[in-house]
Every structure is written in structure tokens, then in C-alpha cells.
Design a protein around this ligand. Sequence first.
Ligand code: G6P
Ligand code: MG
Length: 220
Amino acid sequence: MIEACLFDLDGVVVDTAKYHFIAWKALAEELGFEFTLEDNERLKGVSRMQSLDILLEIGGLQFSEPEKLAMAEKKNTLYVCYIEKMTPEETLPGVEKFLQELRNAGIGIALGSASKNAPMILERIQLSGMFDAIVDGNSISEAKPNPEVFLKGAEKLGVLPENCVVFEDAIAGIEAAQNANMYSVGIGDQETLGFADLVIPGFEGFTVEKLKACLPFPQK
Ligand code: G6P
Ligand code: MG
């Protein structure tokens, strides 16, 4: 029986990839190389320091650990300038309605995000109160595809992993859900996320009823 839904944040609840892009691009330009939108795709679902490693690999550059920490800090300062100004209108279409439906159905809701900025983003889009549990980049030690973020979410909600559904837009996130033995729903296109249990383009028109109809486990 479905007892909880766990949501990734970036690319599922909000589109922050465009702000990450602006900030990483600014850093790349400062270092003297081009960073494209296609490159940015590689950073989705990837932690801040791992993202920096990928960026530096693209630029063919190497730095010491303290230098990298300073660069990540600088990128984040610029990124925060953008997310600080986010408004509830930036919540992706259909998300709030779906969360409300889950609440009405008595299904637990948790956030499972790699972002250390998750609490601020949820506050800006005024959705903090919708989540019964929040697990973010501040409380995990292993990055997706490690299942830690989702297992911690299930534990906080007091539900078994096999009764959880994960909504994710990144390949590593779907893998994390599968590694956690949870039902995975990919948000995006079939071509990229086809290995998820279910793929939907977004939450617009999606309902708890439709979700239940797809689930393999028996429903009440
Ligand atoms: C999410 C995003 C990534 C981002 C990561 C860390 O997983 O998809 O692009 O790098 O969070 O975000 P942060 O806000 O902590 O830098
Ligand atoms: Mg994501």
C-alpha cells in the first residue's frame, strides 16, 4: 500500500537548473572557458562539489582542495542571489495541487534533495509546510545514486521503503530510488528516464488516482 511520496526538489518541484547554469557559467567564464546548456545537463542531481569537478574537467583545469572550496562558495553566493528572489509562481505546474491531494489522502510527504539550499527554496515558494519530513544536502553523506537520502526520508516518516514512491528528474535519482527498493516515477522524457517504473512529463493533470492505478502493490 502506498504510504508516502518522496520528492526531489530541483527539476521536480521547481526549475532551479537555470539559476545553477547562470552561476556555473559565470565561474567558467572567470576561469576562461565556455560552459554550455548541454554541459549543465550533466550537473542535474549531482552534488555541489561533484558539479565543480565536472565543470573543471570540462575546462581541463585542476585546483587544490582549498581553491575548489572557495570556488564552490563563490558559485553558491551568486546562485543564492537568484533563489533568494524566487516566488511561489515558480513552483512547477500541478505540483502544489498534487501535494494537497496527497495530504488529503493521508499519504506522507518527504523531500529528498541533494541541495543544501533546499530549506530556503521551499520557504521562498511557500511549500515548507507541505512536507512532513525534509532530507537535504545538509543531512546526507552519500550522493545519489546511493539510496541514503530516500531511506532517511522513509525512516523520518516511519514507513517502509517498499511502500514509498519517489519522484525524480535525474538518472542518478531514479537509480537511488531503485536502490532504496522504492517505486520510481521519472519526471521528464521516456528516452532519458525510461528505466523508471513510470515516466510522466510533469504533474499537470496527474492525480493520486492515476498514480495508484499504476502501482504494482495492492491499494486500499
Ligand atoms: C540538486 C541539483 C544539482 C545541485 C545539487 C546541490 O541535486 O539538481 O544541480 O548541484 O542539488 O545543490 P546546492 O544548492 O547544495 O548547491
Ligand atoms: Mg533533480
